[in-house]
Ligand binder design. Structure first.
Ligand code: NAD
Ligand code: TDX
Length: 371
């Protein structure tokens, strides 16, 4: 068998990171060093099955810690970096962007600079092979009206503190390629859904609130549109871009699946009505709910809420041969089933500091702004 390639994945304990680490190890092509600070968004249970795996090593630490990162390059001599570590929740960035600037901007710069210094020391052949893949978002392009799509050529126009910090990190990545010829690749992907997503994000939040009979807080009038992709499809695109993408290139990734928020919440409710009807859930039995949709509650809008995201993914399809494999109906049902089948993971994610945090910071979400 060919020798495995050592790679550093950052943020491997998060939602997309967990799915990506699993994909890389299943391919048997990689030895994975996962650098993750284990913030509130990481769940130690997500990758616990990998303990003792011969091709997996976990390092607890921050992408802002230059000394630690230098030591990882020195020790493991990776052939590339897949940079996913980030603060990723828009609502939190609106409350305070400090951590977003630190991790997304300073952290990405620190990873880039450490990687570039290491890359400079490599002999030509290894230098040619090395890749720095940066996982980014379609939010850097701002918001669309009713028509049109984001492409790789769309000008940057971030409109919330999270997307501003991701845009800043993308600009550093692009500048490192332009200035130093450092072999970077960026993927800008749309909204992911699937197993292991932290319950503050819309899809798991709606599933878990419904199952505990809590209101389902739809922001504004629910007409905002997101373009959803099953997380495994995104991870396959990231792996392909890392392996076959051209240095300096950017790939927009999406599955052409636009959904209005309120419609999506209704779809979640109808899946739940089928597989876990309220009458069969012990804590809801006495509530007299016929459908989870009765819990839908239109609340005050998110500040600066981007109206619509939608991706034209023809470049990644044409140049890398990628295409999404999981249809939305199947993916959404699999996701609902995953949350129902993993109560231990859910308890771990929903308890502790997150539980307290949500009580303290989300009062606005329980009622509409006074007219
Ligand atoms: P997540 O919040 O679920 O996970 C982030 C992970 O990064 C966590 O494990 C956390 O502990 C870790 N982390 C945070 N700060 C760190 C630091 N300073 N050093 C090391 N580790 C740190 O995020 P996600 O949804 O998995 O997103 C992963 C990446 O993909 C992010 O860069 C995000 O911007 C991007 N992205 C996400 C989506 C989406 O829909 N979730 C879409 C497009 C792009
Ligand atoms: O309770 C809610 N009610 C609601 O109506 C929440 C949490 C969200 N929403 C709306 C806001 C958005 O229009 O649902 C939509 C999706 O919200 P999020 O899950 O918070 O995702 P979004 O803000 O679109 O950002 C996501 O996609 C792009 C990820 O969190 C980012 O990390 C990624 O870059």
């Amino acid at each position: 068998m060919n020798q495995k390639h050592t790679v550093i994945v950052t943020g491997g304990n998060g939602f997309i990171g967990t799915n990506l680490v699993q994909l890389l190890l299943e391919s048997r092509q990689y030895h994975v060093i996962n650098l993750d600070a284990l913030t509130y968004a990481a769940n130690p249970l997500s990758l616990e099955d990998l303990e003792g795996h011969p091709d997996y090593e976990f390092v607890k630490g921050s992408i802002t810690d230059r000394q630690l990162i230098d030591s990882l390059f020195e020790k493991h001599k990776p052939m590339g970096v897949l940079n996913l570590a980030a603060e990723s929740h828009v609502d939190r960035s609106i409350l305070s962007a400090d951590d977003f600037v630190q991790t997304n901007v300073v952290g990405t710069y620190t990873m880039l600079e450490a990687a570039r210094m290491y890359w400079n020391t490599l002999p030509d052949e290894l230098k040619q092979q090395f890749r720095f893949l940066h996982v980014s978002t379609d939010e850097v392009f701002g918001s669309l009206g009713e028509d049109g799509f984001f492409t790789e050529e769309t000008p940057y126009k971030p409109q919330n503190p999270y997307s501003a910090s991701k845009a800043a990190s993308d600009h550093f990545v692009r500048a490192f390629h332009h200035t130093y010829g450092f072999p970077t690749i960026i993927t800008n992907c749309s909204n992911n859904y699937g197993p292991y997503q932290f319950p503050e994000k819309m899809i798991p939040l709606m599933i878990l609130n419904a199952l505990s009979g809590k209101p389902l807080p739809v922001y504004g009038d629910g007409s905002n549109v997101r373009d959803w992709i099953y997380v495994e499809d995104h991870c396959k695109a990231v792996k392909l871009a890392f392996e076959k993408g051209k240095p300096g290139e950017v790939y927009a990734v999406g599955a052409s699946n636009e959904q209005k928020n309120v419609n999506l919440v209704n779809q979640i409710c109808s899946i739940l009505d089928n597989i876990a009807p309220p009458i069969e859930v012990p804590q809801l039995r006495d509530r007299g709910l016929k459908s989870y949709a009765e819990l839908i509650n239109f609340v005050q809008d998110r500040l600066g809420h981007d109206h619509r995201y939608a991706i034209d993914a023809s470049k990644v399809q044409r140049e890398l041969g990628w295409k999404p494999e999981v249809g939305f109906e199947t993916g959404l049902r699999k996701t609902v089933e995953w949350y129902l089948s993993n109560p231990k993971w859910v308890d771990q994610a929903s308890g502790g500091s997150y539980g307290e945090w949500i009580e303290k910071n989300y009062a606005w979400r329980t009622k509409k702004e006074a007219e």
